[in-house]
Write a protein that binds this ligand. Structure first.
Ligand SMILES: [Zn+2]
Length: 311
C-alpha cells in the first residue's frame, strides 16, 4: 500500500499545477493593456522582495495593493484584518519539516531529499485592515513625503557611480543642455545633466544605468528589444527603483506603453516583465545597501515626484 502522504502529495501537485497555470494566464492577460502594466509597476515597487510571479498575482487580484502581509504578520504590526475581507492568494514556500528531514537523514540520505513545496496562501492589503485599539501601537505604514526637487537622494550618486564602474561605465555629471541623461555604450560613458537637482540627477542616472544593464546583463530568454521596447524596459526599471526610494512616479505616463496592444503576444510581455524585474533588483541591491533599509516595503523611504524626459 502506498503511504497516503505520497498520494495526497501527487494530487496536491496536480492541483497546484492546474491552479498555477490558470492564475498565470489570467495574470499575464492583465499585462496586455497599458493600465495593467502600470498597475504591475506600481505593485512591483512595493513588493520587490516578492517573486515576479507573486507580484503579478498581487497586482491582478488587488490592483491598488501597497502593503501586503499575512494575517498574523498584520497582528504583529498592530492591525487586524477586517471581517469578510477577501484574501489575496500568492505562492508560499513550505520547507520540509524537521521531522521529514530527520527521517530522510535516518535512512542515510537514501531516496529523494524532502523538497520545499509551494502552496497558495493568503495575504491581505493594508486597505483590508484596521488599527488595533490601545494598548496596541500600530506601526506607521506611510513614508515621509519629500519633493523630487531636493537633495534626499544625493548620497546615492557615489554608490551608483561605483556600481556603474563595475559594469564598465563612467558617470559624468555635466551640462548637457538638452536631455537629462545619455548613455554611450561604445565609449562606456553615462552623462547626467548637472543643472538638475540631486534627486532629479539620481532619477536620470537610474534610467541611464538601466540602459547600460540592458547591454551588460544579458540572459537566455531575454526578449529582443526594439527601440521602444528598450525604453519601456529602462523606464520601468527606473520607475521601480525610484518607487522603492519613495519617488512617486505614478503621475507620469510612459508614452512607450502605448506600444503595447491587444495583440501583443503574452510571451513577449512576460519576457519584458521578467527582464525588468531582474534589472531592477540589481539596482535595488545597490540603493538599499546604501540606504541601510531593511524594510522590504520601503516604509522608511522618501516620496518625491519625478519627471520623465530622458533619452
Ligand atoms: Zn532612455
Amino acid at each position: 500500500m502506498a503511504p497516503s502522504g505520497t498520494r495526497s502529495t501527487l494530487e496536491e501537485r496536480e492541483q497546484r499545477r492546474a491552479a498555477e497555470r490558470e492564475l498565470a494566464e489570467r495574470a499575464v492577460e492583465e499585462l496586455r493593456t497599458s493600465a495593467g502594466w502600470q498597475c504591475w509597476l506600481g505593485v512591483r515597487r512595493h513588493f520587490h522582495r516578492y517573486s515576479l510571479r507573486n507580484q503579478i498575482l498581487i497586482s491582478m487580484q488587488n490592483p491598488g495593493a501597497t502593503h501586503v502581509a499575512g494575517f498574523r504578520a498584520w497582528l504583529d504590526l498592530g492591525y487586524a484584518v477586517r471581517k469578510g475581507e477577501k484574501a489575496i492568494r500568492i505562492w508560499m514556500p513550505i520547507p520540509p519539516s524537521r521531522k521529514q528531514l530527520e527521517a530522510w537523514g535516518h535512512d542515510g540520505g537514501a531516496g529523494e531529499k524532502p523538497r520545499t513545496l509551494f502552496k497558495l496562501g493568503s495575504v491581505f492589503d493594508r486597505s483590508q485592515v484596521t488599527e488595533l485599539p490601545p494598548p496596541a501601537t500600530p506601526s506607521p505604514l506611510d513614508p515621509p513625503i519629500a519633493p523630487l526637487h531636493g537633495y534626499e537622494l544625493a548620497h546615492l550618486l557615489v554608490p551608483l557611480t561605483s556600481f556603474a564602474a563595475t559594469i564598465g561605465y563612467a558617470v559624468d555629471v555635466r551640462k548637457l543642455g538638452g536631455p537629462e541623461g545619455v548613455c554611450r555604450h561604445r565609449t562606456g560613458e553615462i552623462e547626467v545633466e548637472c543643472s538638475l537637482e540631486p534627486n532629479g540627477q539620481i532619477a536620470a542616472l537610474l534610467h541611464e544605468l538601466a540602459h547600460a544593464l540592458v547591454r551588460v546583463d544579458r540572459a537566455d530568454g531575454d526578449p529582443q528589444l526594439s527601440y521602444a521596447g528598450e525604453e519601456l524596459v529602462v523606464e520601468s526599471v527606473a520607475m521601480s527603483v525610484a518607487g522603492i526610494l519613495g519617488v512617486d512616479t505614478s503621475a507620469n505616463s510612459i508614452p512607450y506603453l502605448t506600444a503595447w496592444s491587444e495583440d501583443t503576444p503574452i510571451a513577449t510581455i512576460h519576457a519584458h516583465a521578467a527582464l525588468i524585474d531582474r534589472l531592477a533588483r540589481r539596482l535595488e541591491t545597490v540603493v538599499l545597501a546604501t540606504t541601510g533599509s531593511s524594510d522590504p516595503e520601503g516604509t522608511s523611504a522618501l516620496r518625491a515626484r519625478v519627471a520623465v524626459g530622458r533619452a
